[in-house]
Ligand binder design. Structure first.
Ligand code: DI6
Ligand code: FE
Length: 438
């Protein structure tokens, strides 16, 4: 499979290519090649650059192909294919914007039931914490999730995954955490893995057994972590179902000290960690995560400068989740200026879940990241590509660079800022997944 895209505006290139700015072919502010080509071979990006640097054999191919097509149109003659080069597909992007395919690096997209009733309760004044304490919230999704088979969980998730795919998403992180018992946590992770076989999309999983105390659990949180959560993690890992270990470090969930033993087991199993931290209160999750060199720390509205410095030193990404901020009508914004100051990469994701963020649009998350959190459109795009890949520990996707997977999105826009600027509009023109147009 060989494909050639020509006349595309291209952004989110790797730094080396961006350095070509000096040569005058790149708009530095966006690392943009205004008029470029990209060659795909065997599912990978094999070459790219400005049209002015299109290799001669490709230029020749395009000219011959054009002549051939004209001849075919006139004489319906197919016998003149003398070119040495063959392309399965050529796309003239005609000035459209080509970016890496989008990555949603934080979702709880596998679950049973919905929480529309709770939405109404909150509209009538109940807080998220009050709903949770009254037996609603995460725990009500746990009951609905426990009642479903892997097939049912998969079917429910696919409807939401399709919404992401329609926006050019190629890689989705999916968490467990609505089972809170060994068997249901395993079923959630199996459903998450099954998404890959059902749709042209990659999935990485996070084990989130430490999401909430299970309904009706008499023991302490420490007991739950030791007797249920850790055995579930070990079993899921044995079955190859876990790519990372996550937890909900919050006043209404688990403390940093309660999550620490789980992270120790993750280290023993060779699994990276990430953490929901400082979402509603500052609970010390960022410092715990930094000590464990977490891939990412997510939400982080209440992170202070000490937290941010620790994340910077640890090399962890900060994942902004404006869908939850919006839904819960929070007012404390994540410290974007501090992340910039201390060089913490910012990612951006939907947090797709039935309670605090029933959002299945990465484009809307980008818009919210800009409007609600003050991220720039460039940061928003990097947040759902390059930095999202980093938040997942994935290094073969998220940028335009030879050797990376050809997971691409071609947009019917001329400039990257338009992706964040529009609200509720999807300008996806073509999605390319592993070199195939989907
Ligand atoms: N933080 C969140 O925003 C979600 N989970 C978490 O740890 C909420 C999940 C839910 O309300 O169902
Ligand atoms: Fe979450």
């Amino acid at each position: 499979m060989k494909a050639l895209i020509t006349n595309a505006a291209m952004t989110l290139l790797d730094d080396q290519i961006t350095n070509a700015a000096e040569k005058g072919v790149v708009d530095e502010s966006y690392g943009l090649i205004p008029n470029g080509y990209l060659l795909i071979q065997d599912g990978l990006i094999s070459a790219l650059g400005p049209m002015s640097a299109l290799p001669e054999y490709l230029a020749e191919y395009l000219t011959k192909n054009l002549a051939k097509n004209l001849a075919n149109d006139m004489a319906n003659d197919t016998a003149n294919d003398t070119a040495m080069v063959h392309m399965d597909v050529t796309i003239d992007a005609n000035g459209r914007l080509l970016t890496p395919a989008l990555i949603d690096c934080h979702t709880h997209i596998v679950y049973g039931g919905d929480r529309a009733v709770e939405f109404e309760l909150r509209l009538n004044g109940a807080s998220y914490a009050e709903v949770a304490k009254a037996g609603g919230g995460i725990v009500s999704t746990v009951s609905a999730t426990r009642a479903q088979s892997v097939e049912q969980l998969l079917e429910g998730a696919l409807a939401r995954v399709d919404a992401l795919i329609a926006e050019g998403v190629s890689l989705i992180e999916v968490k467990s955490g609505y089972g809170l018992d060994v068997q249901t946590e395993l079923r959630m992770l199996r459903a998450a893995r099954a998404i890959e076989a059902a749709r042209p999309v990659r999935v990485v999983t996070s084990f989130l057994g430490a999401h909430a105390m299970p309904p009706g659990e008499d023991g302490s949180p420490e007991d739950y972590i030791e007797k249920t959560c850790i055995p579930a993690l070990r079993q899921a890992h044995k079955e190859g179902l876990v790519d990372a270990v996550d937890g909900f470090c919050e006043s209404i969930a688990f403390s940093a000290d309660q999550i620490a033993p789980l992270f120790d087991v993750a280290a023993e199993l060779g699994l990276p960690v990430k953490l929901h931290a400082e979402q509603l209160t500052r609970c010390g999750g960022s410092l715990l995560a930094a000590r464990h060199k977490a891939l990412s720390v997510d939400h982080v509205e209440y992170a202070n400068e000490d937290d941010v410095i620790a994340l910077g030193v640890a090399g962890s990404a900060a994942v902004m989740l404006p869908g939850a901020f919006y839904t819960l009508r929070e007012t404390q914004k994540p410290p974007v200026a501090l992340f910039r100051k201390h060089g913490v990469p910012m990612a951006l994701a939907t947090d797709a879940n039935p309670g605090s963020s029933p959002l299945t649009s990465v484009l809307l998350a980008m818009n919210m990241g800009c409007t609600l959190f003050g991220m720039t459109p460039h940061e928003a795009l990097a947040g759902v590509t390059r930095n999202a890949a980093r938040a997942l520990g994935v290094s073969d996707s998220g940028m335009l660079r030879p050797g990376l997977r050809a997971d691409l999105a071609l947009w019917d826009v001329a400039h990257p800022a338009e992706l964040s600027y529009r609200i509720g509009f999807n300008p996806l023109y073509r999605r390319i997944y592993g070199g195939q147009i989907t």
